[in-house]
Every structure is written in structure tokens, then in C-alpha cells.
Design a protein around this ligand. Structure first.
Ligand SMILES: Cc1cc2nc3c(=O)[nH]c(=O)nc-3n(C[C@H](O)[C@H](O)[C@H](O)COP(=O)(O)OP(=O)(O)OC[C@H]3O[C@@H](n4cnc5c(N)ncnc54)[C@H](O)[C@@H]3O)c2cc1C
Ligand code: FES
Length: 344
């Protein structure tokens, strides 16, 4: 599906729903990272790069630990040291299970005679992702999606720089597919602390360039004929240094005409995205960021995922520098925002 225009609002989002998915594959891609392909036999609503799904990271149908109302309602418990009140005997407090769903960016999707499939790339960091890592072909997964807004392709632009750090890479892969279909050109920027944390598939006999020259060395991008700049903080593969070093080198070599056609799309840790946003601004290049703010419901109910966004209309406050801001929800107003509007 092609990307929607930049005046499409999240309110115009396609339908979303809860789906019973089946694991088609769950493959280790590098240390701590897995590619999980989920099959949805009845199909999946249209989705766009930047959107995410909420995965139930425990067996579907397992007791959800919902609070038994009769245990609450004015209930008081005279606690003694060593005592466990009945409320604390709920399943989610006794066992290491993830009660809340966990958000994951869509890393790719396809539709065929067997319904739809969705790829998720996950890094094991806690109880939910540890459960995902143990999934085998045929296992059931409960999924809600597609959620959130998406990257947009502004009119007059034709070159995308896809800057993904750590688990910020998955939405970039899905975006590469969309850029290719839209006839854009693109360069991937892939960064990690060290070589075995780079969640990509390297093209055989084509090592990344050590000086940061774009090279068709990463399959996720080279399948669309896009080259990639690889950086590692410790210099174990590709260019030595942070991903911003590779981006700076590239942006500095661009002509003014090329810069005017370029958009930087980025996802990764907040400090990285902030640095990418600053760098893009200093080269007068537009930048869109996909924030992976910790979230609970994923659909605008719990208000746990707020980000401060510049907002002259109806502001909640004003920064010391006089910029009016408003809290926006990463799950429904985002996760994609214009970098220049984010108050980091
Ligand atoms: C919109 C969105 C898209 C995401 N896409 C991906 C993805 O494609 N691949 C992927 O691996 N992860 C992604 N994440 C992060 C992923 O949701 C968390 O890693 C996951 O919830 C951890 O669950 P857990 O039960 O394994 O860890 P928990 O036991 O819940 O937490 C383990 C540790 O990770 C920290 N943590 C949890 N969530 C986040 C977060 N969002 N940012 C920083 N630290 C966090 C916790 O504070 C804790 O220290 C995304 C998050 C968001 C909001
Ligand atoms: S995660 Fe609940 S409102 Fe955003």
C-alpha cells in the first residue's frame, strides 16, 4: 500500500481490531533479537509504516488476573509483617507474566491466499519479550492493531534517509518497502553498540564500508536496491562511532538541491532521535521521528504515554524559551511526530 499524503490525520485511520494470530516463524536475527512472523488467516486491516501492534505476551486465554471486585470495595486488611493480603494473591502478582499487552512496530506485512502476515522484530528485555522468544511455529498469539499514526511522504520530496538505532529498526524496514513502492530513493542508516546487536541480515561477501559510504550490504534495504551505512559505537563493524556520525557525513556531502528533496525518518532511543533531529535541522532537512514511549493501553485510554509537543493552539504551558506546548499521546496522536515539534 502506498503512503498517505501528509494532510491525512490519525482520525482518518483505518479500522483496527483484535486478532488471533499464529506463529509462522520466530528466528534469531542477532544477539537478543528475534524476527517473529505472525499469520492472520482472516486478514488484517490496511496498515502503514510507523503503526504498531499490541501483542498479548502470554498464552491467549490464560487467566488475566482481573481483580475480583468482591475483594475490593472498601475492603481493608490489617497488614502484619510477613502477611500476604488476598489482593496480593492475584495471578499477576504471584507469577512472572505480562498482564498488559506490549507494543511492537510493524516491521513488514504481506497479504496472500492464506490471509495476512505481519513481521515484528523484538529484543528480549523482560518478561513479555522473553515469552515471545520462546514461541514456536503454530503457537497462538493475541494481537490488537493496527494502532497509531504513520510516516508521511511530503509532496516535492523523493529521498528518504532511514535512521534506525537498536529496536528502532523495524519500522524503518516497513517504510523502506513503502518508499520503494512510492518510487522514492533511500539510504538506510543502521547503528548499534556493537556488531552482534545489529538486527539486520548482511549480504554475503559485501561487508559494510568502514568510512560510512552507503553500500548494498544489508538485505532488508538492498532488496529494494537501497544502500546502507552501518555504524557501531565500538567500531566492531562498519564505521566507528554513533549513527549520527554516519548521518552527518552523508548530509554534509549533499548539495543544497539534494537536501531540499530529502526527509530523515528516524526511530530509536530518545537521545539518538534528539541528536538526529538536531542534525537534520542544522542541514535544513525535514525530519519525522517515531517515539517508542512506554505505553499501557496503546489506544488513548490510560494517558500513560504523553509527549510534549509544540502546540500554539490550546497549549498546556509555555517553555522557558517561550514555546507553547501541549501533551500529546504517543499511541494515538503518534507515535510519529514532526521532529521540530517535539520538546525533548
Ligand atoms: C510504539 C512502540 C513500538 C515499539 N516497537 C518495538 C519493536 O519493534 N521491537 C522491540 O523490541 N521493542 C519495541 N518497543 C519496545 C517494547 O514495547 C518493549 O521492549 C516491551 O514492552 C518490553 O516488554 P517486556 O515485558 O519484555 O519488558 P518489561 O519487563 O516490561 O520491561 C523490561 C525493561 O524494559 C524497559 N522498557 C519497557 N518498555 C520500554 C520502552 N518503550 N522504552 C524503553 N524502555 C522500555 C522497562 O522499563 C524495563 O527496564 C516498542 C515500544 C513502543 C511504545
Ligand atoms: S498508552 Fe494508553 S493512552 Fe497511550
Amino acid at each position: 500500500m502506498s503512503l498517505l499524503s501528509d494532510n491525512t490525520t490519525p482520525a482518518q485511520a483505518h479500522g483496527r481490531g483484535r486478532f488471533d494470530a499464529t506463529v509462522e516463524l520466530n528466528r534469531v536475527i542477532c544477539r537478543e533479537h528475534y524476527v517473529l512472523r505472525l499469520r492472520l488467516p482472516g486478514g488484517f486491516p490496511p496498515s502503514l509504516p510507523g503503526q504498531f501492534v499490541q501483542l498479548g505476551c502470554r498464552p491467549p486465554g490464560a487467566p488475566d488476573g482481573a481483580i475480583d471486585a468482591s475483594w475490593l470495595g472498601g475492603c481493608e486488611h490489617a497488614w502484619q509483617p510477613g502477611d500476604t493480603p488476598p489482593q496480593a494473591q492475584q495471578p499477576e502478582l504471584r507469577e512472572r507474566v505480562s498482564v498488559l499487552r506490549r507494543p511492537f512496530s510493524i516491521a513488514g506485512r504481506g497479504d496472500d491466499a492464506g490471509g495476512s502476515w505481519i513481521d515484528v522484530i523484538h529484543r528480549v528485555v523482560g518478561v513479555g519479550t522473553a515469552w515471545l522468544a520462546g514461541l514456536k511455529r503454530g503457537d497462538a498469539v493475541d494481537l490488537i492493531g493496527p494502532l497509531g499514526n504513520w510516516f508521511t511522504l511530503p509532496a516535492g520530496k523523493s529521498m528518504g534517509l532511514l535512521v534506525g538505532g537498536g529496536v528502532g529498526l523495524p519500522p524503518m524496514f516497513y517504510l523502506a518497502q513503502a518508499l520503494y513502492e512510492a518510487g522514492w530513493d533511500a539510504v538506510g542508516f543502521v547503528g548499534a553498540l556493537t556488531a552482534d546487536l545489529l538486527a539486520v541480515t548482511f549480504v554475503a561477501d559485501t561487508p559494510p564500508d568502514g568510512q560510512g559510504a552507503p553500500w548494498r550490504c544489508v538485505e532488508e534495504y538492498s532488496q529494494f536496491d537501497f544502500p546502507t551505512v552501518v555504524t557501531t559505537d565500538d567500531g566492531s563493524l562498519g564505521m566507528h562511532g554513533r549513527i549520527t556520525r554516519g548521518l552527518e557525513r552523508y548530509l554534509s556531502a549533499q548539495t543544497r538541491e539534494d537536501a531540499a528533496k530529502t526527509v530523515v525518518f528516524t526511530c530509536g532511543p530518545n537521545p539518538m532521535m534528539h541528536a538526529v533531529a538536531r542534525l537534520s535541522a542544522s542541514h535544513s532537512v525535514d525530519c519525522q521521528v517515531c517515539v517508542e514511549q512506554a505505553m499501557a493501553c496503546g489506544m488513548g485510554t490510560c494517558q500513560s504515554c504523553v509527549v510534549k509537543i509544540e502546540s500554539p493552539q490550546d497549549p498546556h504551558g509555555t517553555t522557558d524559551a517561550g514555546r507553547p506546548w501541549r501533551y500529546r499521546l504517543a499511541c494515538t496522536d503518534g507515535p510519529v511526530f514532526q521532529a521540530k515539534e517535539v520538546l525533548w
